[in-house]
Design a protein around this ligand. Sequence first.
Ligand code: SF4
Length: 335
Amino acid sequence: MANLLELKNVSKVYSRGLINAQATIALQDMSLTLKEDEPTIMTVAGESGSGKTTLAMLLLGFITPTTGEIIYRGKNITALQGEDRLAYRREVQAVFQDPFAVFNPFYTVDHLLTVPIRRFRLARSKSEARGKMDEALTAVGLRPEDVLGRFPHQLSGGQRQRINVARALLLKPRLLIADEPVSMVDASLRANILETLRNLQRDHGVSIIYITHDLTTAYHIAKSIIVLYRGGVMEAGDVDAVIKSPQHPYTRLLVDSIPWPNLDQRWGAHPIMAREAAGGRSHGCPFKSRCPQAMPVCDTRPPLFEIDSRHAAACYLYDKQPKVQAERLSELLPV
Ligand code: SF4
């Protein structure tokens, strides 16, 4: 089965300063595969500074990897030219956090939707363009007559975000990078937008990389999850297994901070330092300065260890388990 997307040992390092330049590793040795014929929703979760937005920027081709390769449908995205580049721009779309950011307050919704139609020559006439707009808006649960002809300030945040999804859908994407798409939307509308994304995957065959700091929404939308911390994969696997039975001390911290509506769930069951201890970034496990179970061996960066066939954690607490090579990570992620 052909691959839609492959990340091969991708790292991104930023350097600061000319003299005594300091390097910041934004993403380290990330490998990932999405199959063409198995559209899925995969969550990449972590706090700010975890590398998840760097990953989104890399996937969209806004920045290039320092090392490693990103392969889209068999071609390295940094070398794409002409028609291949245009196809990539069309087939890999994004929905960002701020539903206001892409709207120009002086133009109606119609303008936002006709720009990609013209740019990618998706219609030969105005009526065909209107038909495509209607189709995309309907697919995200909006009635065209409710939103077309309106200015951004006349729409709710939820409507604006769904229009952003409709805009992406117009281009018949194969892959959608959804970077915190519900974090600025009212809680009452979040489920609605998540359902819209799920429909895209199920009914339109779009694979979605859902990037978030919020494990609750991840749990509701995704099949698989990768938890990042300081650019490294801490834990990965089936979303149910990782969130219901987190193994890495960092994931336990994240899960423990979810306000589950369950009276049997003990709040604060895992005592982990909220703040980073003095010393900052270590050369070993990136979580060492916050981890109550840190051991001398943690001065060396841990590899991923296989907890079971659909779950892995990068932590020496599991060093009796088999190691998982970075390239094999996708085998543990259900679709
Ligand atoms: Fe804690 Fe060590 Fe595991 Fe890192 S490798 S999470 S420091 S126990």
